[in-house]
Design a protein around this ligand. Sequence first.
Ligand code: SF4
Length: 341
Amino acid sequence: MEPFIPQLVYIEPRAIEYPLGKELKDKFEKMGIEIRETTSHNQVRNIPGDTENQKYRNAKSTLVVGVRKTLKFDTSKPSAEYAIPLATGCMGHCHYCYLQTTMGDKPYIRTYVNIEEIFEQAEKYIREREPEITRFEAACTSDIVGLDHLTHSLKKAIEFIGETTLGRLRFVTKYHYVDHLLDAKHNGNTRFRFSLNSNYVIKNFEPGTSPFEKRIEAAGKVAKANYPLGFILAPLYRHSEWEQGYLELFERLEATLPSYAIKDLTFELIQHRFTKTAKKIIEKRYPKTKLEMDESKRKYKWGKYGRGKYVYQNEEADELREKVEGYIKHYFPQSKIEYFT
Ligand code: SF4
């Protein structure tokens, strides 16, 4: 599997006033990629494709190089105070991706080149909260690692936060392209999280992302680079022989992670869920999906503003939780399970 290379690039005119914008333009020109100018990312409407699904697929191979105008960061409670805006969108095709419902009308990938201004803003937020720690999440609207081999914005963000006393950075990824991040001066201020799952789930529901073995191998490299490390196991999914599938995951992790790294591991556990809206989108975008989304087999969990979701029935959820938490306690007894939801 090769790292992401866009098929089509849009560049906003102001973007080339910034060093990263200029660098990216030169890079893509040298690579022979088609570059179009656009005055605003909202004008990126002419993505090629005959059908809506084709357009969607092409959009996921399209990169918009732009300037982040609003420097007000969104909040990202409860795991961080702010979302640091480095990019939006993702090249992956996970059937259950949250971006399909949150950013459905803008599936293209967008990277921001005014990173110095973004860091200045982050610094202001850190100062406002002194002497408290301020945490920034870098993967709220994208899988930033999947893109960073092209931009190195994440690497710069890691080093910027590494220089602060009260700033912390976190992000999560399903990609293994971490080599350029291993020598970043993170100073222990960044928690590098991988989204992991059983081999079955990754193979069947996460096309366009890194395979099982590669992610585990990458987690080993990140641990050896002394980053605080964490795992999001999501969605925990009851496929046939799921117990064995998750056992294999923990066995492989234990065999790969160095013993000194496992004292400070975190685990976040999220059972599979879907909303009616998400189900409709998934069936449209990935009509052959094997993802089980039968409302009659699930429990309806009421949410805010009447937007409920379908989760596993209590007994099934409890069994899933007990099994996976049991594995964690067995293989990584010093780690912290942050939540199961
Ligand atoms: Fe969505 Fe993450 Fe998959 Fe990208 S890697 S498609 S952001 S779930």
